[in-house]
Write a protein that binds this ligand. Structure first.
Ligand code: HEC
Ligand code: HEC
Ligand code: HEC
Ligand code: HEC
Ligand code: HEC
Length: 772
């Protein structure tokens, strides 16, 4: 399990000597070799200190504290006088939410370096060095965007504390983000989120995001009483008491998604944009709403509990000297996900290769060429592969491509959607490979076909312009957002005509491609003269259609079962407001699986949004007959009972859901509303407060709590809730900004409509009946 340090070190020393002079950014292992560990210190049994050792540690602690205090005082004396306290003396780090223990700024030297940790944690170090976290500041991508903010006429470097709270927290906490900064930033800028920016966090402030963590005084060891000793200590102290080291650097919350939420949940606050609260992204809430959290009863499918760490920090066998390993495995510090641009730019081949492997593993997306609909015919030919039908030359038709976000723990794309590009590439080819139809191609200049179906968004300014280069502080509205939420499906429609002279089979291929970063953004950074950045295929499916007769064929092992194919179509149609067709699709599921309670619930919830309450009631009764304890069915039953005025049953339903899923924001919200309507103010308050613990931004909670608190005489709390409600609710002017943008971009404006068609035969399309 633990390799003798020396053997590995000689190899390591060689690697670092070889790599350093070539390209320092590629140096992925620390230069020093690991100290001996493992022979005398038997793991798990804490060593007993001799009185002399205890005394020595006491002296070490006193000395360390003295040095730390003196350094910090000197640092504050140097930095404070010229610091720009834009938001007042009490808020030196605003608009970020990050804080640090103790008084004032913290000296950068208080943070042990990654090199220091890397001596004994070589796997951690080498992986981290290639990961996005260690490159969170220095890349040309981030630097370009943040510099736009720093040079913005009405803002400036103080506002960059917002960005750097997540991207370079030591720069923020040390007071480096001010005009004429006195802080030496070379180490922090090149290490970004270094080991200690995560391993020194001592507490989390709920899930408000924007780097809402409290940084402790960095410490690698605690004394026998559990008191933290600041700064680096001699290696021997760590090796003698690994358990005390562990206590200083490891906390339970590091294993939880709430820790990641601190930075993977962002809003643009009024202190940044001088406008109002705007949600930027929240991978955390999306996860919390997905099947992987097991906290939401309303998901279409269920799955095993999986944290962010479970997917992005998978355990792998150790390869170097890694004293933090458990049973020969180590939690990956590569944080593999979607970004290929940063490893491509730096030439981090391992990271690039492993990122691509990650994206192709896991059965994350399912692509299904589900159906055909011939022009002039109402009948859907579906599901393809099971149905029999004929095709003839000159036939015009629609192909239904259903793309399911099957196993991603959040949406595709979860964050910075304005910079990334994921899209569907759909081709129709004849037997000789000639293209009959192609959507989602890259143009010779590398730009994506503007009419491609792309899983992206379009943030816009108050002038109705696209927010380019991630100038997020100018966002006033979002013209559309076509990301696919976890567990949901989208239906992409393509329309084409078979050539009159076609003879042989026709091949349809649908793929989802992924590129970091958007070509226009790369051009903004590098100019147009840069290498093509990698495009990764996330998932794809091909179907061959015969001219003439087509018969059922054997399914591909990777295909979803037929009932799930129909179910996904229903889900996609529901999101496109095609309620009648959605009910038809869910009814097909019932035909194939009449034991499946959720199929009835799916019919019911569609009927509810469609306001067909009687048939919804019938469907939900069926669902509850099959599974009386289905929290999902009970939730919708609660809504229907409210409609019918059966308050007792309504309360009973929602209470049961809350009992089974105490973290269900929807059940808490509805139960709160029910109590409120019954003038049961106490119980209503309890539900809205619980809801706010889960989602601090829920508008219903803010609104109702402001009223309830006022009635209780809690004037201050009422005013706070009211202020948050006003700050977070949608600006009535926002849709106008979006419309202005869409009006001036007809080439993509149809993408903003949930139901839309991709077609090369647009003129003919006008004559088609697309249902309602
Ligand atoms: C002198 C060698 C040494 C140095 C330097 C060192 N560590 Fe460790 N680290 C260890 C050992 C040994 C363990 C195993 C502890 C155990 O098994 O209880 C460990 C374990 C850990 C763990 C896992 C603890 C757990 O309970 O799972 C973390 C996290 C960690 N170290 C972080 C750091 C960070 C961050 C730094 C730099 C600030 C650092 N270490 C510096 C030797 C070291
Ligand atoms: C709440 C934390 C947070 C804040 C605040 C924040 N970011 Fe980020 N930023 C992230 C995360 C997380 C990612 C990675 C997203 C991903 O890969 O999906 C990211 C990615 C980026 C990227 C893409 C970088 C790349 O290497 O591909 C840029 C550029 C960027 N941010 C700029 C900014 C700027 C400019 C600001 C301030 C206006 C800012 N960020 C504020 C968390 C934050
Ligand atoms: C972005 C935050 C972050 C950064 C940066 C970071 N870590 Fe970690 N580290 C974590 C989290 C979270 C875990 C727990 C993972 C889990 O739950 O499996 C962890 C776990 C560990 C462990 C225990 C691993 C195991 O297999 O049990 C060690 C050792 C460690 N980190 C060392 C380091 C070192 C050394 C660095 C810098 C080279 C570093 N970390 C950088 C967040 C971070
Ligand atoms: C202190 C803030 C912070 C914390 C805490 C943090 N991250 Fe990040 N994370 C970032 C930033 C900033 C980036 C983007 C860096 C860039 O692109 O410039 C990032 C990037 C990533 C990426 C790479 C995304 C890509 O596109 O490839 C993943 C994956 C990730 N983080 C997962 C996690 C997980 C899991 C946790 C919790 C264990 C976590 N992060 C905790 C700030 C943080
Ligand atoms: C079940 C697996 C799974 C879980 C759980 C999960 N992710 Fe991911 N994550 C993925 C996959 C797959 C991708 C790549 C596809 C994409 O971008 O959506 C990804 C992408 C990302 C990215 C990069 C986005 C981009 O466009 O490059 C970030 C950042 C991230 N995840 C953060 C998180 C955080 C934070 C959590 C927990 C709150 C989390 N993930 C939970 C699988 C998961």
């Amino acid at each position: 399990m633990k390799k003798p340090a020396s053997a590995v070190c000689s190899v390591l020393a060689l690697t670092s000597i070889c790599l350093l002079p070539l390209f320092s950014q590629q140096q992925t292992t620390p230069a020093t070799s690991a100290p001996e560990y493992g022979s005398n210190a038997s793991k798990g049994v804490p060593a007993e200190d001799t009185p002399a050792q205890r005394e020595e540690l006491g002296r070490l602690k006193a000395k360390a504290e003295e040095i730390n205090a003196a350094d910090r005082a000197a640092h504050n004396e140097a930095v404070t006088p010229s610091y720009n306290f834009h938001y007042g003396k009490a808020n030196p780090f605003v608009p970020g939410n990050i804080t640090v223990q103790g008084e004032g700024f913290i000296q950068p030297g208080a943070f042990p370096s990654a090199q220091y940790c890397g001596t004994c944690h070589q796997d951690a170090y080498s992986q981290w060095r290639q990961a996005l976290h260690s490159n969170s500041f220095r890349t040309p991508f981030y630097r370009t965007s943040v510099n736009l903010l720093i040079r913005d006429q009405t803002r400036g470097i103080a506002f960059a504390r917002f960005c750097d709270s997540c991207h370079n927290p030591i720069a923020v906490l040390s007071g480096g983000l001010t005009e004429d900064s006195k802080v030496n930033r070379s180490q922090m800028d090149s290490d970004g989120l270094t080991c200690m920016t995560c391993h020194s966090v001592v507490s989390l402030d709920s899930t408000n995001g924007n780097a809402s963590v409290e940084m402790g005084i960095p410490s690698v060891i605690v004394d026998e009483k559990g008191n933290r000793i600041p700064g680096e200590v001699p290696f021997a102290e760590i090796l003698r008491h690994p358990e005390r080291h562990s206590k200083a650097v490891m906390h339970d919350f590091l294993h939880k998604p709430e820790f990641c939420a601190a930075c993977h949940k962002a809003n643009l606050p009024a202190t940044l944009n001088d406008y109002k609260f705007i949600r930027a992204f929240t991978a955390y809430d999306e996860w919390q709403q997905s099947k992987f959290s097991q906290r939401n009863p309303l998901t279409f499918y269920t799955g095993d509990f999986t944290t962010c760490q479970g997917c992005h920090m998978k355990r792998n066998p150790v390869t170097l000297t890694e004293y933090g390993a458990k049973n020969g495995t180590f939690a990956s510090h590569r944080w593999l996900a979607g970004n290929t641009a940063v490893p491509f730019y730096y030439g981090f081949d391992d990271q690039l290769k492993k990122t691509i492997e990650f994206l192709r593993s896991g059965n994350y997306l399912n692509v299904d060429i589900f159906a055909l609909k011939k022009q002039g015919e109402d009948q859907l030919i579906a599901p393809l592969g099971r149905a029999s039908y004929t095709l003839a030359p000159n036939d015009a038709m629609e192909a239904y491509v259903v793309i399911q976000n099957k196993n991603i723990g959040h949406s595709l794309i979860p964050e910075v959607r304005d910079l990334y590009e994921a899209w569907t590439k759909f081709t129709v080819k004849d037997a000789s490979g000639n293209e009959i139809y192609h959507s989602g191609f890259l143009k010779p200049d590398g730009m994506l076909d503007p009419r491609a179906h792309s899983f992206t968004n379009r943030p816009v300014t108050d002038e109705g312009d696209f927010v380019d280069s991630h100038k997020v502080w100018t966002i006033h509205s979002v013209a559309y957002d076509n990301s696919v939420q976890a567990g949901r499906s989208v239906l992409v429609r393509y329309q084409f005509r078979l050539p009159a002279d076609i003879r042989g089979p026709v091949t349809l291929t649908a793929k989802v491609n992924y590129r970091h970063l958007r070509q226009s953004y790369l051009n903004n950074i590098f100019g147009t003269d840069h290498p093509a950045y990698p495009v990764v295929e996330l998932s794809s499916r091909t179907r061959v259609l015969q001219i003439g007769e087509n018969r059922p064929e054997a399914p591909d092992p990777a295909d979803n079962p037929d009932w799930m194919r129909w179910n996904n179509l229903g889900i996609a149609l529901l999101d496109q407001f095609q309620y009648a067709e959605a009910v038809e699709a869910f009814t097909e599921v019932i035909k194939l699986r009449n034991d499946y309670a959720d199929a009835y619930t799916n019919v019911a919830l569609t009927e509810i949004v469609w306001e067909k309450y009687d048939s919804a009631r019938m469907a939900i009764r069926k669902a509850l007959m099959l599974n009386p304890n289905s929290a999902r069915a009970l939730y919708y039953d609660g809504l229907l009972q409210r409609r019918a005025g059966n308050t007792e049953q309504e309360i009973a339903d929602f209470k049961k859901v809350v009992e089974m899923f105490p973290q269900s924001r929807d059940a808490r919200r509805e139960l709160g509303i029910t109590y409120y309507q019954q003038q049961d103010e106490h119980d209503a308050m309890e539900q809205f407060e619980a809801l706010q613990q889960i989602d601090p931004d829920d508008l219903t909670a803010h609104y109702n709590l402001s009223i309830l608190y006022r009635r209780m005489g809690m004037t201050k709390q009422a005013a706070d809730q009211q202020a948050m409600f006003i700050d977070k609710k949608v600006d009535p002017g926002a849709p106008t900004y979006s419309l202005n943008y869409l009006r001036s971009h007809p080439e993509i404006s149809t993408e903003s409509i949930p139901w839309h068609m991709h077609s090369d035969i647009l003129n003919e399309a006008k004559g088609l009946d697309h249902g309602n």
